[in-house]
Design a protein around this ligand. Structure first.
Ligand code: MN
Length: 355
């Protein structure tokens, strides 16, 4: 059974709802979020806005209430984490239909509150289907010809590491784009490389960069056209150069304590998360802890070993290490924190991991 089999009725309902005039899509400001919004905008007319964190703040609720659209679609955002605010949004906008397409771990069933909450995990517990692929499947299911724009869905899927969990889709993609998916790991192929280009635009230019990417994806009639965009090529180079610089500095200034590699990053660009991923790949036996000093405190990004000798649950360890000096949490494999005391945080991490 494929996940779409469970949603035939809902999809027909959504198809009708998409005839509403004043529609707004709120998507995650990342590659998967931008790609899924672009796929949709190829067929339907939506106003689009991106948000940085999956957090539904009071400010966002108020902004959406002011806009008062007939339909709001949330894409790639775990908004059920903040379900109280979602319920308050629905209560304030009684005549607005709210739809959520998401693939994160479910915290709350928003269907109980009149929101159309679509997530493959409701029906297939361990499903991992990036939103770009969900939207591709959905559009296809309601009878639209998505073949020509499949490359967008592939970029989003690869960016979210969804290629491993969706081999059928990748097989089809390889038949469709043999050249663009040639080579080893998907992220190293031509299509995978565009995931890097998209996040570079977001790193360099923030909200504007994300909007720029979305418009370019929608306007480009082919992968080639998109990948030749001058601004995107420039921003990509800026980020690539910055990462090279930071990697050189890491070699000089990293601090190894037992299994952990600590590093203080000093970059004007927000490349911390990407750097952590690169370091985790290059040092598969180590725990990676990157800290960046900011006026609000130390922003920490951590990664578990890719080849672990034993189970390490960073979500638990990081949250404990941040106790009393800030807050932290996330996933087992990757967790983040915001703390006031970098020295104390490092001591605690070292104690918890190295014993
Ligand atoms: Mn995603």
């Amino acid at each position: 059974m494929y996940w779409t089999d469970c949603y035939k009725n809902e999809f027909q309902k959504i198809r009708e709802l998409f005839k509403l005039r004043k529609k707004l899509v709120v998507h995650h400001r990342d590659v998967d979020g931008s790609c899924s919004a672009a796929e949709l905008l190829k067929f339907f007319d939506f106003e689009a806005m991106s948000i940085k964190d999956p957090f539904v703040s009071y400010d966002l609720v108020n902004e959406l209430v002011d806009k008062d659209p007939q339909l709001i679609l949330f894409l790639d955002l775990a908004v059920d984490e903040h379900w109280e605010n979602m319920v308050s949004l629905q209560n304030k906008l009684k005549n607005t239909r709210i739809i959520v397409f998401d693939h994160h771990v479910i915290r709350k069933d928003l269907n109980d509150f009149g929101i159309l909450h679509i997530n493959p995990r409701f029906h297939i517990e361990d499903a991992y289907i990036p939103t770009s692929l969900m939207i591709h499947d959905f559009l296809k299911e309601i009878g639209l010809n998505v073949e020509k724009q499949m490359w967008i869905s592939v970029i989003g899927t690869i960016s979210d590491y969804g290629h491993k969990t969706n081999p059928e889709f990748m097989k089809k993609a390889k038949q469709m784009y043999p050249d663009l998916l040639k080579g080893g790991q998907p992220i190293r192929t031509k299509l995978g490389s565009q995931a890097k280009t998209i996040y570079s635009a977001i790193i360099c230019k923030g909200e504007f960069g994300c909007k720029y990417v979305l418009n370019s994806l929608v306007k480009s009639s082919s992968f080639e056209e998109f990948s030749e965009n001058r601004n995107l090529v420039d921003w990509r180079k800026t980020v690539d150069d910055e990462i090279k610089k930071v990697l050189l500095d890491f070699k000089k200034n990293k601090e190894q304590r037992g299994q952990i590699l600590f590093y203080e990053i000093k970059s004007d660009l927000n490349v911390t998360a990407i750097l952590s991923n690169i370091l985790a790949e290059k040092n598969p036996e180590n725990v990676i802890v990157v800290g960046k000093n900011s006026p609000e405190g130390w922003k920490i990004s951590t990664r578990a070993p890719r080849k672990p000798s034993r189970e390490i649950d960073l979500s638990k360890i990081v949250s404990e290490a941040a106790k009393g000096i800030g807050y932290g949490g996330g996933h087992k494999q990757a967790a983040g924190a915001m703390v006031k005391d970098w020295d104390k945080f490092r001591d605690r991490m070292s104690q918890k991991i190295n014993g």
